[in-house]
Design a protein around this ligand. Structure first.
Ligand code: E4P
Length: 215
């Protein structure tokens, strides 16, 4: 399973990319709003840091609007992937954009049927939102298993991005479910690094080394 970072914060992206563990970025309008900066400028900075798929979301609600936003955003860099909401208009836009060879990431996926429709419309990626399903007492990871089974069985080329990841256990579970990618917030990447036994082990090795280093 590949790892993307789910943020529009350029410093977080720079730090996570330096770790060598992420190969793509996902943003959404809420993450962009959190930064309070110009959208196109943020996207330009992200593509200059990470050489991999960068999802930028269209905010129009009609297909022609989504398509024209997609054409404009994808002109910034070939790595740009257009996030399209899972609506009827979004499906129409996905089909048109596939015809133009513009890759889409159909977002806000909450059912296996939505994922199947997006794949059939030509989405390069679908993003099931695991955490938001957990929030309403539905096991979000079950959806990832269902989508993987359907895509495998019917040999659909669309890649599955486990999204709305809230903690390290989600990442392990997404990998076990066979998701192609998990898009992970910076905080969770940092949590994944840490283990108290690693910290204690490093501390003890350094203490022991101090006793012999000058001998
Ligand atoms: C995915 O691409 C979304 O940006 C993101 O994972 C949503 O996560 P949230 O439910 O924590 O807002």
């Amino acid at each position: 399973m590949k790892l993307f970072i789910d943020t529009a914060n350029v410093e977080e992206i720079r730090e996570a990319y330096a770790l060598g563990v992420i190969c793509g970025v996902t943003t959404n309008p809420s993450l962009i709003a959190r930064e309070g900066r110009n959208f196109a400028q943020v996207v330009r900075e992200i593509v200059s840091i990470v050489d991999g798929p960068i999802s930028a979301e269209a905010v129009s609600t009609d297909a022609p609007g989504m398509v024209s936003e997609a054409v404009e955003l994808s002109a910034i860099h070939p790595n740009i992937v257009i996030k399209i909401p899972m609506t009827a208009e979004g499906l129409k836009a996905t089909k048109i954009l596939a015809g133009k060879k513009i890759r889409t990431n159909v977002t806000l996926i909450f059912s296996a049927n939505q994922a199947l429709l997006a794949a059939r419309a030509g989405a390069a990626y679908v993003s099931p939102f695991v955490g938001r399903l957990d929030d309403i007492s539905q096991d979000g990871m079950d959806l990832v298993y269902d989508i993987m089974e359907i895509f495998d069985r019917h040999q659909l080329p669309t890649q599955v991005i486990a999204a709305s990841i809230r903690h390290p256990v989600h990442v392990t579970a997404a990998a076990r479910a066979g998701a192609h990618i998990a898009t992970v917030p910076y905080k969770v990447i940092m949590q994944m690094i840490k283990h108290p036994l690693t910290d204690a082990g490093v501390k003890k090795f350094l203490e022991d080394w101090e006793t012999v280093k000058n001998k």
